[in-house]
Design a protein around this ligand. Structure first.
Ligand code: FAD
Length: 400
């Protein structure tokens, strides 16, 4: 790669952008991060980090920070609202496949906050807050990016641009790349509450997927509260859907108690299954939600985005330092795009179908099948390799 500006611009300082910048800067590549917000935003979407993401991020120091801030959850359950526990999976059987045989629960904003602190101290990193991507042009002279800042429009030049600006990616739209897929009709409600669910429901563990034809739910323990994810009627305005009485009623339906719940966090999300037609145009690349969106049932979106960052940054640093030809970068999309479909979409869609199934016969069959998988050590092991994204990373060559 002929370098004219000796700089990579990362657009979007969310979790994927921060980790991308960190991985590049650690390899001696000068990076500018342009983030439209004024600083870290409290974002309660992702909380699950899967084993191979933690394995692959060890060298960067990200894993140590996450483990320090997070909660290790070794078991997870598939449950039925009426029947209770159907299947339990113990991830410690993955101990020969990963150095982190557990799901780590840590909110994504904590990763961003930590990363801003580290990036802020690195001499080859420029962190530009309140800088919103507006457009870019590519030419023989490299890439010119226009950013809107409080001081007006500003142009920055770079050799490579990485768009990590989330699902509504302005970079992707600027390049005219299609974002194929669909949007689920229902909304997803996320609430965070403090309550001793384990005392009230003694057989649950920290990660519980509960099927119900009317109102399935996810109950996840995170370091300082429990998170509940459940579907919400799209005909109800988001501001109405997160009203105190509705949230209290959803929580009381899960675990009744006499006094009201202390609700600390609430939000309504639209959820999509979409993958960008391409992850690259010239020397502009997409990573994270900018190029793939999926439902949160399996905790795979951010993990997939961080795995994109690992693939892309590893390749780019080799090309940058002349230890691999430019063609190394051609391998990014074929390594990552098929996994967004074959692993992330396949598993998250399967999980949603299992939880919401309304047909009584199919439902019973599903529950019996989940119980049979958990009861058979070989099948349970394979199920956990898939759910932990180890199968995907092996298939794509990112893990041996
Ligand atoms: C309810 C819910 C629960 C989830 N749980 C999990 C989970 O447990 N595990 C998991 O792996 N995934 C989970 N996900 C998915 C996860 O939240 C996303 O995959 C993740 O946030 C993607 O990170 P990102 O950095 O690619 O994008 P984002 O987090 O969206 O960050 C994009 C960044 O770009 C900035 N930006 C946007 N536009 C511009 C612009 N024009 N110029 C400059 N900056 C810009 C934004 O301000 C933001 O900081 C969940 C999603 C939902 C909805």
């Amino acid at each position: 790669m002929k370098r004219k500006h000796d700089r990579v611009i990362v657009i979007g300082g969310g979790p994927v952008g921060c980790v991308t910048a960190l991985l590049l800067a650690q390899k001696g590549i000068p990076v500018t991060v342009a983030e439209k917000e004024a600083g870290m935003v409290l974002d309660y979407r992702a909380s699950t980090f899967h084993p191979p993401t933690l394995d692959l991020l060890e060298e960067s120091g990200v894993t140590e920070a996450l483990v320090h801030m997070g909660l290790k959850c070794t078991t997870n359950q598939f449950r039925d609202r009426k029947k209770g526990k159907i299947a339990e999976f113990d991830m410690s059987v993955l101990k020969n496949d990963t150095r982190h045989p557990y799901r780590l629960q840590c909110e994504q904003f904590k990763l961003v906050d930590w990363a801003y602190g580290v990036l802020g101290k690195m001499p080859n990193v420029e962190l530009l807050f309140r800088h919103e991507f507006s457009s870019l042009t590519q030419s023989e002279d490299g890439i010119t990016v226009t950013l809107d800042s409080p001081e007006g429009q500003r142009t920055v030049k770079a050799d490579v641009v990485i768009g990590t600006d989330g699902g509504r990616s302005a970079v992707r739209k600027n390049l005219g790349i299609e974002f194929e897929g669909f949007t689920y009709p229902e909304h997803f409600l996320v609430a965070g509450a403090r309550h001793d669910f384990k005392k009230q429901m003694p057989d649950i563990c920290s990660v519980n997927y509960t099927a119900d034809p009317d109102e399935w739910y996810l109950l996840l323990e995170i370091p300082d509260m429990w998170r509940i994810i459940t579907p919400a009627d799209p005909n109800i305005e988001p501001s109405e859907a997160v009203k105190e009485e509705r949230l209290q009623s959803s929580l009381q339906n899960i675990a009744p108690r006499t006094e009201p719940y202390e609700i600390l966090v609430k939000g309504i999300y639209r959820v999509h299954q979409r993958v960008a037609k391409t992850y690259r145009q010239g020397n502009v690349f997409l990573a994270g939600d900018a190029c793939h969106l999926n439902n949160p049932l399996g905790g795979m979106g951010l993990n997939g985005g961080l795995q994109d960052a690992l693939s892309l940054c590893g390749r780019l640093s080799k090309v940058w330092h002349g230890t691999a030809p430019d063609a190394e970068l051609d391998g990014y999309e074929p390594q990552r795009l098929p996994e967004a479909i074959n692993a992330i979409h396949a598993i998250t869609q399967r999980n949603k179908k299992l939880l919401e199934e309304r047909d009584t016969v199919v439902r019973e069959r599903n529950l019996a099948e989940m119980a049979a998988i958990a009861a058979d050590p070989k099948r349970a092991y394979q199920y956990m390799l898939d759910a932990a994204m180890i199968t995907s990373l092996r298939r794509s060559g990112m893990l041996r």
